[in-house]
Design a protein around this ligand. Structure first.
Ligand SMILES: Cc1cc2nc3c(=O)[nH]c(=O)nc-3n(C[C@H](O)[C@H](O)[C@H](O)COP(=O)(O)OP(=O)(O)OC[C@H]3O[C@@H](n4cnc5c(N)ncnc54)[C@H](O)[C@@H]3O)c2cc1C
Length: 582
């Protein structure tokens, strides 16, 4: 097959192509439009704009230093110490300072209503791992408020959108320029290919560790952007740092509700964790008990589970009843309703929970202005790496996507004005991307029903061998399993009949990307021979010398992965030193 011979490839030209319509993608669109209303902007999104991705799922809220007594320095130090000295300090500083501007923008320009104190100031609640109550929220459904207002503003400006379009691969420029010409996409509605030629591209597909048996992110996310970046030669960092949220709902194996998150505010408000026998256990692991950071609580639950002190479905209980059922119902309306839908009484009784893969601290290496190693390719949100280091504080995720999304929009508009130009795609690169996408449809003999089994084995391998507690033996086993799953997947064929909403085909593409990114996670976890934050190795339990901290960078070259340890630059504060804000 050649590209020329492929009848269904269409082309489109735009100034700025944004991949993903979460907090990062939509903020970038609004800022780029504000900077230059004449800019032609196109948002391509796998789902429906405003209805997909994880920003909509944000429950707990948004960290920002607003209240008297709090400060950006304090928010910064919580982020650095929570991240176990691995965050890039300039990125973390940009996050905490930018969050103030962004929260005012969300309220005053976009029209978000956040909860208030009786005196009219914004209510800020406690979140684990922070030294100040700084989490702004709208009840426990904060993301819906943010996404609805963002989507309305994007619609109001008539910004171009390609909904139910899946980005497949970046396409390099013709010749040996080493730049980016555009992106190959497929229209999920009819199976047709579309090459979008763009002066600049923003990657904002939101990562999402959906390769684990229990996970929280939205079903549209399969690490596509990270896999695309990897194939395009971009360096990824901190990929071993996968955050497990301690309290995913455990409603049995046959419901998609299992793994969905019960927010941290429940523990912040005083909820207890109990073994299957009803014993409170967190104070055996940390003096902060249930308010300890996510990594510590997840590990403690994992230990209780492995020791067999479990509930009927194999997890532990979250108990809120002692706080008063009416109080819990009032404070956590959304959570109470969600649990009731699954037959649990959160307000007055106990709910079964299990740690669940929630967030990837790792992603594409980038600078505070959202540039990457490839000119014209920018990144923001959960696809980027380096802001959080070894641990993301609850409430710093949506701040990350909205702060850096806005910055990306500003910077890209300025960049396009200075040096943006349409560049011709390399025909061989375009064809390679097309062949990869077509592969499952191209007459392979493997039964498509195998996809379910491959997914289940991927879930188990990542959960058992590259999950909350790791060691060299398990990681080697995980790598072996991933190699064999990749081999099996490359034989599975999907009937090339109906291409419209052919979800089996997309399942195969999703799995290919998930396996590719899982290999990076395992490589990075193998390379880090110490335990920091979300990454815990029972064969290397010490955290190592903080002053000599390194982050792990993984790249793919000629199909092979290579990991290297890169020293962290302490540009604002060194372990044990004093912060100097510049
Ligand atoms: C249940 C839950 C609760 C959370 N609660 C909080 C919280 O209380 N506070 C907090 O700070 N953070 C929270 N987070 C984390 C937070 O949601 C994320 O960090 C943040 O919203 C990510 O924003 P994003 O724009 O990078 O990605 P997303 O909002 O996930 O958007 C990604 C977009 O990319 C699209 N996409 C994916 N693949 C492709 C592709 N191949 N082609 C085109 N488009 C694609 C998706 O459809 C989606 O539109 C929570 C996450 C979850 C899952």
């Amino acid at each position: 097959m050649t590209v020329a011979a492929h009848a269904r490839i269409r082309t489109l030209r735009t100034d700025l192509l944004i991949l993903g319509a979460g907090g990062a993608g939509l903020f970038a669109a609004l800022h780029a439009h504000a900077a230059n209303p004449a800019l032609d902007i196109t948002i391509a999104v796998k789902g429906l704009l405003g209805k997909c991705g994880c920003t909509r799922m944000v429950q707990g809220g948004y960290n920002v230093a607003l209240a008297p007594g709090d400060s950006v320095e304090r928010h910064f130090m919580d982020t650095i110490e929570g991240g176990k000295w691995l965050p890039d300090q300039d990125l973390a500083w940009t996050l905490v300072t930018g969050a103030i501007e962004r929260i005012h923008e969300l309220e005053n320009e976009l029209g978000c209503f956040f909860d208030r104190n009786p005196d009219g100031t914004i209510h800020q609640k406690a979140f684990a791992g922070q030294t100040f109550d700084r989490t702004v929220h709208k009840g426990d459904l904060t993301g819906i408020e943010i996404m609805n207002r963002l989507a309305e503003q994007v619609w109001a400006r008539g910004i171009g959108r390609l909904e139910e379009h899946r980005a497949l691969d970046f396409v390099a420029t013709a010749g040996n320029e080493g730049g980016l010409a555009g992106v190959l996409l497929v229209d999920i509605r009819n199976g047709e290919y579309l090459f979008v030629q763009a002066k600049a591209v923003l990657l904002a597909t939101g990562g999402g560790p959906t390769m684990y048996k229990y996970h929280t992110p939205s079903g549209d996310k399969s690490c596509d952007g990270l896999a695309m970046a990897l194939r395009f030669g971009l360096p990824l960092r901190d990929m071993e740092m996968v955050q497990f949220h301690p309290t995913g709902l455990l409603a049995g194996p046959h419901t998609r509700m299992t793994g969905t998150v019960l927010e941290e505010g429940l523990r912040g408000a005083g909820g207890y964790l109990l073994t299957g026998d009803g014993e409170r256990f967190m104070d055996r692991y940390d003096p902060r008990a249930e308010r300890a950071t996510r990594d510590i609580v997840s590990r403690a639950i994992d230990t209780e589970m492995r020791a067999g002190r479990t509930t009927p479905n194999g997890g532990v209980y979250l108990s809120m009843g002692h706080l008063g059922a009416d109080n819990v119902r009032r404070q956590f309306k959304g959570m109470v309703e969600r649990c009731a839908d699954c037959g649990f009484d959160l307000a007055g009784g106990r709910v079964e929970v299990v740690p669940t893969a929630h967030y990837m601290m790792g992603g594409v290496e980038f600078a505070p202005d959202c540039t990457t190693a490839i000119s014209g390719l920018f990144v923001a949100g959960e696809d980027s790496g380096g802001v959080h280091g070894a641990n993301r504080l609850g409430g710093n995720g949506v701040a990350n996507s909205t702060v850096f999304g806005g910055i990306a929009g500003d910077e890209i508009a300025a960049w396009i004005a200075k040096e943006g130009a349409w560049r011709e795609p390399d025909a061989a690169a375009l064809e390679e991307a097309l062949v990869r996408a077509e592969a499952p449809l191209s007459g392979r003999r493997g039964d498509p029903l195998q996809l379910g089994s491959i997914r289940e084995r991927l879930y188990d391998a990542m959960w058992d061998d590259a999950g909350i507690v790791r060691d060299g033996v398990r990681l080697a086993r995980a790598l072996q399993t991933l190699e064999s799953l990749a081999g099996e997947l490359s034989n599975v064929g999907v009937p090339d009949g109906e291409r419209s909403f052919n979800l089996t085909w997309h399942d195969a593409l999703n799995l290919a990307n998930l396996i590719a990114v899982s290999r990076v996670i395992v490589h990075a976890a193998t390379a880090r021979e110490n335990s920091r934050g979300a990454h815990y190795r029972s064969d290397f339990p010490a955290d190592g010398d903080l002053a000599a901290s390194t982050f792990i960078r993984v790249r793919q070259r000629d199909g092979r992965l290579a990991a290297e340890a890169v020293p962290v630059r302490f540009t604002r504060v060194a372990p044990g030193g004093r912060l100097h804000a510049r």
